[in-house]
Design a protein around this ligand. Structure first.
Ligand SMILES: [Zn+2]
Length: 326
């Protein structure tokens, strides 16, 4: 009889151990990231204008003011200009490393690996996408397909619309890019729903064009609201994906620089309004550092953390930022 009870006890233990193992073996949701750069929207504007879709993202995660421009008066000082801003985000370094100081005459230093190159190097099965105006973002800043830049390729590309005069006949630049931004966001949303790229960049330009032409005011506010509708399209795509699949999406929406305080038409300098950017994210694994003025260069290591990528040591040691995701 004693043996019988010993057998039963052993059996119960075996079942418990098996159940525990089965629970642990449940696969983790696949991590995915989409980051959106909306061009040149100062923090005071994004906080004042009604942006219900951005608010919906930040309600799940958080919103914080952040900083662009690097350490003033030191080698890393970086102009509050678009291309230097994107490069600081995608390489996690300031301009003294990535070497992009303006929007034209670009000669990026590809020694500082961008986040897409790292993703492909660490796991070549990872699917990456770009949805953007300004084809230079892909071909020049990121150096897609160039042997000197690591010779990697995007899996999903929707860009170059600004050069397609048949589909997008020329009209005043602000209206032209507004139409293209909508298409870019539609392309991004359908790629997310249908393909679910592991890492993608969406870039929306329209707000900066209106800022340069009109400065602060009603037209700029209206462009910000249009941007919000485009971001809403991407957010809906992510939610649809998460509802049906075991995926863990990180959404980051940010801007590349602010604007001057006097007119809102210009940027490039280091005034407080030009340097003050913002980040909205759905992440609820944020470090306390997220609320202490993170910098644009902190986004790169945060993306890597979410994706579970171990950044190669020769890349990691040059990074100027730190992850705000735990
Ligand atoms: Zn810009």
């Amino acid at each position: 009889m004693l043996n019988f009870w010993r057998c039963i006890t052993a059996l119960i233990w075996l079942v418990l151990i098996w159940l525990h193992g089965a629970a642990q073996a449940e696969p983790r949701p696949s991590p995915k990231v989409v980051f959106v750069i909306v061009d040149g929207i100062p923090a005071d504007v994004i906080e004042r204008v009604a942006t219900p879709h951005l608010d919906a993202i930040a309600t799940v995660g958080a919103y914080a003011r952040a900083q662009m421009g690097g350490p003033v008066g030191e080698p890393g000082e970086t102009p509050t200009v678009s291309a230097p801003g994107y490069m600081s985000l995608v390489t996690g370094t300031w301009a003294d490393k990535h070497n992009v100081y303006e929007n034209y005459n670009l000669s990026p230093n590809y020694d500082y690996w961008n986040i897409f190159r790292v993703a492909k190097a660490v796991n070549s099965a990872m699917k990456i996408g770009i949805f953007s105006t300004w084809t230079d973002n892909r071909t020049v800043l990121l150096g897609e397909g160039q042997p000197g830049a690591g010779d990697w390729r995007f899996d999903y590309v929707a860009d170059g619309f600004e050069e397609d005069e048949e589909r997008f006949p020329p009209q005043p630049s602000d209206k032209h890019i507004a139409v293209i931004d909508r298409v870019v966001s539609e392309e991004a949303a359908s790629a997310i729903v249908e393909q679910g790229p592991d890492l993608s960049w969406v870039y929306l330009q329209h707000t900066d064009d209106v800022g340069h032409e009109q400065g602060d005011g009603e037209a700029f506010d209206a462009a910000v609201m249009e941007m919000d509708v485009n971001v809403g399209r991407i957010w809906r795509a992510v939610k649809a994906r998460q509802a049906n699949l075991s995926e863990d999406w990180l959404v980051i929406v940010t801007t590349d620089h602010g604007r001057d305080a006097l007119t809102g038409r210009d940027h490039g300098g280091h005034s407080e309004r030009e340097r003050t950017i913002w980040i909205a994210t759905n992440s609820h694994r944020l470090t306390p550092g997220f609320d202490e003025m993170p910098e644009i260069v902190d986004i790169y290591p945060s993306i890597a953390t979410h994706l579970g990528i171990t950044i190669p040591e020769q890349v990691a040691r040059h990074l100027d930022g730190a992850s705000f995701i735990q």
